[in-house]
Design a protein around this ligand. Structure first.
Ligand code: A3P
Length: 310
């Protein structure tokens, strides 16, 4: 299994000064150690009550995990002020299938919600066979590109001057990014959702921002934990939104200073999951030409879906 990546198409990212090489595995680009992680994740024996929170990186994964965790655990807590989210990174509350399979298996009976960036076609077969529910979050592609640019740049400890945004943009448009092509990732989930709509909930980062109350209620219903009238009257929905807000989470000590152990070789600072969380940051980076290029690309790829990524 170790050498599998040697047989795969590869791309060295020049905008990262050649420090990162991505490999195309099962149709999607990723780091060298990914095939091993995907194969392990595919051995997971899903149960029908499992719910998967699926996404491409930088689309709101951390936020979705925090919300799902807060919704599902709210009854066990006297008040949301006791939530583990105040002391634990959302990715440690809802682990990634491809990073922490052992931890998931250990805690499974207590909390059957998992996160994954795996493309739909790479999900464990048992997830499909067990008809597990899937929540898929996606985001405006332009803000995803900017978010991804800063995330990887900071991971590689490069300054903005050292990592040219234009080159990062071109690479992303070629489909070369972690778990990219971004549009293919979305398309696979979207197509599956057309075939089995009852097990899918599609959420959009921007919609969650615009109408958090409506979307958090929708998420809670889908997860099988709807809010009662009493809870709504008592302000539970607002409390959860507040707890999981960017302002709250990004200012917690654990999220400012901790380190996330993605696997035995790779750790990253928690703060990298929390940057600006604004809509439209892309306007500070894109030229008119870049905007036209990405709009055209997305029109070509996504027009049949009705999903708005621009
Ligand atoms: P920006 O880089 O645009 O700020 P992911 O969690 O999928 O890695 O996505 C990270 C993006 O979500 C980052 O976007 C990050 O700032 C933003 N984010 C993290 N926590 C958030 C929250 N609680 N609410 C809204 N956005 C959040």
């Amino acid at each position: 299994m170790e050498g599998i990546y040697k047989t795969l198409p590869q791309h060295t990212c020049t905008w990262l000064q050649g420090r990162v090489t991505l490999y195309k595995y099962q149709g999607f680009w990723n780091a060298q150690n990914f095939p091993k992680k995907a194969i392990l994740a595919q051995s997971y024996e899903a149960q029908p009550r499992d719910v998967l929170l699926c996404s491409c990186p930088k689309t709101g994964t951390t936020w979705l995990k925090a919300l799902a965790f807060a919704i599902v655990t709210r009854k066990k807590l006297d008040e949301v002020g006791n939530s583990p989210l105040l002391t634990t990174l959302p990715h440690d509350c809802v682990p990634f299938l491809e990073n922490h399979l052992e931890k998931i298996k250990e805690n499974h009976s207590n909390f059957p919600i998992l996160g994954t960036h795996l493309p739909y076609s790479s999900l464990p077969k048992s997830v499909i066979d067990s008809n597990c529910k899937i929540v898929y979050i996606y985001r405006n592609i332009k803000d995803v590109i900017v978010s991804y640019y800063h995330y990887i740049r900071e991971l590689m400890k490069l300054s903005v001057e050292e990592a040219p945004f234009e080159e990062a943009f071109d690479e992303f448009c070629q489909g070369i990014s972690s778990f990219g092509p971004y549009w293919e990732h979305i398309l696979e989930y979207w197509k599956a959702s057309q075939e089995r709509p009852e097990v899918f909930l599609f959420m959009k980062y921007e919609d969650l921002k615009k109408d958090p109350t409506g979307n958090v209620k929708r998420l809670a219903e889908f997860l099988g934990h709807p809010f009662s009238i009493e809870e709504e009257k008592a302000g539970m929905v607002e409390n959860i939104i507040q707890l999981c807000s960017f302002d709250t989470l990004s200012n917690l000590e654990v999220n400012k200073s901790g380190k996330y152990q993605a696997d035995e070789h790779f750790a990253l600072e928690h703060r990298l999951f929390f940057r600006k969380a604004t809509d439209g940051d892309w306007e500070n980076y894109f030229t008119e030409e870049m905007k036209d290029k990405i709009d055209k690309l997305i029109d070509e790829k996504m027009s049949a879906t009705g999903l708005i990524l621009k």
